[in-house]
Design a protein around this ligand. Structure first.
Ligand SMILES: Cc1ncc(COP(=O)(O)O)c(C=O)c1O
Length: 430
C-alpha cells in the first residue's frame, strides 16, 4: 500500500499513526458527522439497559474508575468532540478569512439553532462562556440604586454570592438570604422562604433552580407566579439554571422568569467553554454589558455577549450536541433515565443504619444528583473511602447547609456502576 493511502485509512479520527505535516492539513481526515444520521433508539423505558447502553457508547470514559461525579461538567458524546475538532482544523485552514467573512454568520446560525431548541426568540439569546459569565453580566450590569433589595438563596452557587456581594459593596444594594429547607415538606414551604423576604424595595429575585450542593429542584413556576402576583412586572426574576437546563424538563418560555442563565457544557453536553443567557426583551436595555459595547442598540441582545477573539470551534460541537438531543435523546426520556439511576441507589438508604439523604427524593424534587450523609464520617472522609476502597469517584460537599457526598451519575453510566456504589455503601454501613 502506498504511504499516502495508508495515512488516509489509518487516521479517521484525525490522529496520525505517525506524523507528517501533509497528513493533517486536509479537514476531510475528520468525517462530517452532520451528513450521517444517528441511530435511533427506543428510550421509553429508563431501565432498559440494552437501549441505554447504545447512548452510553457515545461517551469516552475514564478507565478503572466508577465515575459518579458528572456535576462539574458533562462530558460530550464523541460526535460532539469530532465535530469540534473538524471545525477547529477548518478554522485554522481558513485563517482569518473565517474570522472576517464567516464568523458572524457562524455565531448567528448557532444562536438560531439554540433558540429553536429552547423555544425562545433568538433576539433574546446571548451565547457566553459559562453561567458565571452570564450571571455576572446581569448582576454587575443591572441598573442598581443604593437601597435596592435582592433576594438570594442560602444554597446559591458561591460565584453568584460573590457577584452579589461585590455589587452590594459597589452600589449599596441590600442582600436578603432565603433559607431554603434541605428537605421541604411542601412547595409552599420553599415559596414562603423567599416570599417572606419580598418588600416594595425588592428589585431582583435570584433563584437557583437545581441546587448543585444537594440536587434539590425548587418549585420554579410556583415561585415565579407567587413573586409576580405580589410584586408585578418591575421585579426582575433571574434563574440560575446551570444544572437544570436539559436535565430537568422545563418549558422556559412559560416558566415565568425574566432571565435565565446556564452552562451548555453541563447537561447540554457541549464542549467546555459555552454558556447562555436568555433575557426577555423588556429587560435587555436595562442591563449594562460586562464588556463595553456602545455601538449596538440598547435592545440588541448581542451587547451582552461582547467578547474578544476566542475559540469558535466549540459552536460546532454545541450544534452537534443539539442534533444529538433532537435526533436520539428526548429531554423527558433523558430526565427519566437520570432519575432512574439516582433512585437505583437512594431507594435503599432507608434500610441503612448510617446513611441518610440530604436530598428531597420525591419525584420532581431531584433528578440525577443526590447528596449522601454518613452518621460519623465527614464528607471528605466518606468521599476518600469511596475512592480508596472502591475506586468510586464522587465529591465531598462541606457547606454550612449541606454536608455530605454528592453523587452524580450520567448517561455514560450503566446500572452496573450503581450496583458497585450500592455494594460499597453496604460495606461502609457496617
Ligand atoms: C448552580 C450553579 N451555578 C453556577 C455554576 C457555575 O457554572 P460555570 O462554572 O459553568 O460558570 C455552577 C457550577 O457548577 C452551579 O452549580
Amino acid at each position: 500500500m502506498d504511504r499516502r493511502r495508508f495515512m488516509k485509512q489509518s487516521v479517521p479520527l484525525g490522529i496520525a499513526a505517525f506524523y507528517t505535516p501533509q497528513s493533517l492539513t486536509a479537514t476531510s481526515l475528520i468525517p462530517d458527522l452532520n451528513a450521517l444520521p444517528l441511530e435511533s433508539v427506543d428510550l421509553s423505558d429508563p431501565s432498559d439497559e440494552e437501549a441505554w447502553a447504545k447512548i452510553s457508547a457515545h461517551f469516552m470514559k475514564p478507565e478503572g474508575v466508577t465515575q459518579l461525579e458528572h456535576g462539574y461538567f458533562s462530558h460530550s458524546p464523541t460526535g460532539v468532540l469530532l465535530e469540534t475538532q473538524r471545525a477547529m482544523s477548518d478554522i485554522q485552514r481558513k485563517t482569518s478569512l473565517f474570522m472576517r467573512r464567516e464568523q458572524d454568520q457562524w455565531v448567528e446560525d448557532t444562536r438560531t439553532d439554540l433558540a429553536k431548541f429552547l423555544n425562545v426568540p433568538a433576539t433574546e439569546l446571548a451565547i457566553t462562556r459559562n453561567t458565571t459569565e452570564s450571571l455576572n453580566t446581569v448582576i454587575q450590569g443591572f441598573h442598581w440604586k443604593a437601597g435596592d433589595e435582592v433576594i438570594i438563596g442560602d444554597q446559591d452557587y458561591g460565584s453568584m454570592n460573590e457577584a452579589f456581594e461585590q455589587a452590594s459593596k459597589r452600589y449599596g444594594i441590600v442582600l436578603k438570604v432565603a433559607k431554603v429547607p434541605l428537605i421541604p415538606k411542601s412547595d409552599e414551604e420553599v415559596v414562603d422562604a423567599y416570599m417572606s423576604l419580598l418588600t416594595a424595595k425588592t428589585k431582583m429575585l435570584h433563584l437557583t433552580h437545581l441546587i448543585n450542593l444537594s440536587g434539590q429542584v425548587i418549585p420554579l413556576e410556583k415561585l415565579c407566579k407567587a413573586a409576580r402576583d405580589k410584586a408585578g412586572d418591575e421585579l426582575c426574576i433571574v434563574v440560575d439554571a446551570a444544572h437544570s437546563l436539559n436535565h430537568v424538563p422545563v418549558f422556559w418560555r412559560e416558566a415565568g422568569c425574566d432571565i435565565m442563565a446556564a452552562s451548555l457544557h453541563k447537561w447540554t453536553m457541549s464542549p467546555l467553554g459555552l454558556g447562555m443567557l436568555w433575557v426577555k426583551e423588556a429587560w435587555i436595555p436595562r442591563i449594562w454589558p460586562l464588556m463595553g459595547d456602545v455601538n449596538r442598540k440598547d435592545t440588541d441582545i448581542r451587547r451582552l455577549e461582547h467578547l474578544g477573539t476566542r475559540p469558535l470551534e466549540v459552536f460546532a460541537g454545541l450544534r452537534y450536541a443539539l442534533k444529538f438531543h433532537r435526533e436520539v435523546l428526548p429531554i423527558q426520556a433523558k430526565a427519566a433515565r437520570l432519575r432512574y439511576l439516582q433512585e437505583s441507589w437512594t431507594a435503599s438508604l432507608k434500610d441503612t443504619k448510617h446513611f441518610q439523604s440530604n436530598t428531597p427524593l420525591e419525584a420532581g424534587r431531584s433528578y440525577a444528583i443526590a447528596n449522601l450523609k454518613h452518621s460519623s464520617l465527614k464528607p471528605a472522609e466518606l468521599a476518600q473511602k469511596l475512592w480508596d476502597e472502591f475506586k468510586i469517584f464522587t465529591v465531598a460537599i462541606d457547606h454550612p447547609v449541606v454536608k455530605g457526598v454528592r453523587i452524580t451519575p450520567h448517561l455514560s453510566n450503566s446500572i452496573e456502576d450503581i450496583h458497585r456504589l450500592n455494594t460499597a455503601l453496604k460495606v461502609l454501613d457496617k
